[in-house]
Design a protein around this ligand. Structure first.
Ligand code: GAL
Length: 430
């Protein structure tokens, strides 16, 4: 073979090889932008990836580290502006409507899947409304997290002479004092805006009750935002902060969770994705750790529904659209709902499963969560989480985050002034 025909052969092989390899491997591909990067959360998302791949599609992982998803949202926005959005992205709550109104989400792709799989029957109306735009599904909800939890290491509490997990704010402070005196970190916490506001929304729920919480964070009512109960919530936040690890600045939530798991700290205020870390560490609910509703919030449930939004693709990308549909079908399937939530710390979003949790092998924390979700749906206790993008636009949420984090870090901060600032920052962001 002369040099020229050698080159020709190499070129034809090179063009043939990737083509045949790709055709045999994949029916289409789907890139998923999400922020499930802790050890436990990665185990959960791997369940979805494995199933999509088993169905013959290529999974491109678009993980962006950063709890609460602020960094992932920034990446998603800049990619979209650059004309390169992924096929699927983790988008939640009212934000879905914003993406929908920009014409970026597909109102067609999920039509048949939702009909065939009877999504309208499977889902609570609160949930299905949140993932529809213009009456059509534009996202698939994958699970329900509860945010008002306190995670407790009972061995640490015992060593500090605390008999039981606290159920009121007074008991919480008493337990925290004992933990501190015994040399433990009383409250594991990461100093990041979304974590500060997760603690704050729990305090607002505890002090103001679910109706007060709704007035403040859902209705954004001026009176509720500046009233005496909001001032009290800020006062409690300062007190709670005195029990937090002094080295908390910038710490990720899962590192804080590890401090409780490893017995360095006694408690953590966090949504039940924290359980994914306990599960990954092979710890057992009710034995190695306890989950109790955040003190004073046992009659309430702040919900956080993770959902995967489906971007509009050019109609000629039939394989990739099929991949989006496959992912959506898998995500609401019974088997996935079970295995994903067991790994993720959440509960399924399917009503039939919420009503039969023990049958599916869920632990005591998940069973309690499902029970409370169903009960609080009927009594006004079920409220959307502000800190996890379920209650307001991201602009309003950002304004709240700024006020709360500035307040927590300012040694001279005044609670009454903070409440006023909160109201005016929200007004400006609306
Ligand atoms: C929430 C999200 C959860 C979890 C958590 C920590 O906003 O809904 O699934 O990932 O952030 O990153």
């Amino acid at each position: 073979m002369n040099a020229l025909s050698q080159l020709a052969a190499a070129i034809s092989l090179a063009t043939l090889l990737p083509f045949t390899a790709q055709a045999a491997e994949s029916k289409g591909s789907v890139e998923v932008v999400h922020w499930w990067t802790s050890g436990g959360e990665k185990a959960a998302v791997d369940v979805l990836k494995a199933q999509v791949e088993k169905d013959g599609f290529t999974w491109k992982d678009g993980a962006v580290a950063g709890g609460g998803g602020a960094t992932a949202m920034t990446v998603l926005k800049s990619r979209t502006v650059a004309g390169n959005p992924p096929g699927v992205a983790q988008i939640k709550g009212p934000d879905i409507q914003d993406w929908g109104s920009m014409g970026l989400l597909s109102t067609d792709t999920l039509k048949d899947v939702a009909k065939q799989e009877k999504w309208d029957e499977l889902l609570d109306k609160k949930v299905s409304d949140a993932v529809k735009y213009d009456g059509e599904y534009v996202a698939v909800p994958v699970n329900i997290h509860r945010v008002n939890w306190l995670w407790v290491n009972p061995q640490v509490l015992e060593k500090a002479g605390v008999a039981k997990a606290p159920t009121s704010l007074e008991e919480f402070y008493a337990a925290a004092d004992k933990l501190k005196a015994a040399g433990f970190i009383a409250l594991a916490h990461g100093g990041q805006p979304w974590q500060d506001s997760t603690v704050f929304e729990n305090l607002v729920l505890s002090v103001m009750g679910p109706q007060g919480y709704e007035q403040a964070f859902v209705k954004l009512d001026d009176k509720a935002l500046t009233g005496p109960e909001m001032v009290k919530s800020f006062t409690e936040l300062k007190k709670v902060a005195t029990y937090m690890d002094p080295n908390r600045a910038g710490r990720d939530w899962n590192i804080a969770a590890a401090d409780v798991i490893n017995g360095k700290a006694g408690m953590q205020i966090m949504g039940d994705w924290a359980k994914s870390e306990w599960t990954a560490a092979k710890k057992v609910a009710g034995k190695d750790y306890q989950c109790v509703p955040f003190p004073g919030t046992e009659k309430a449930f702040t919900y956080n529904v993770d959902s995967l939004a489906i971007f509009k693709l050019n109609a000629d990308r039939t394989g990739d659209i099929a991949a989006q549909q496959d992912l959506a079908k898998v995500a609401l399937g019974e088997e996935f709902q079970k295995v994903f939530s067991i790994n993720k710390g959440s509960i399924p979003v399917r009503k039939d499963m919420l009503a039969s949790m023990d049958k599916h092998g869920f632990d005591s924390c998940a069973q309690a969560s499902a029970r409370d979700f169903l009960a609080d749906g009927g009594n006004g206790g079920l409220q959307p989480s502000m800190a996890h993008n379920m209650a307001t636009s991201l602009a309003v949420q950002g304004a709240i985050f700024d006020v709360v984090t500035n307040y927590i870090n300012d040694p001279n901060a005044d609670p009454a002034q903070a409440a006023k600032r909160l109201a005016s920052a929200i007004k400006a962001a609306r």
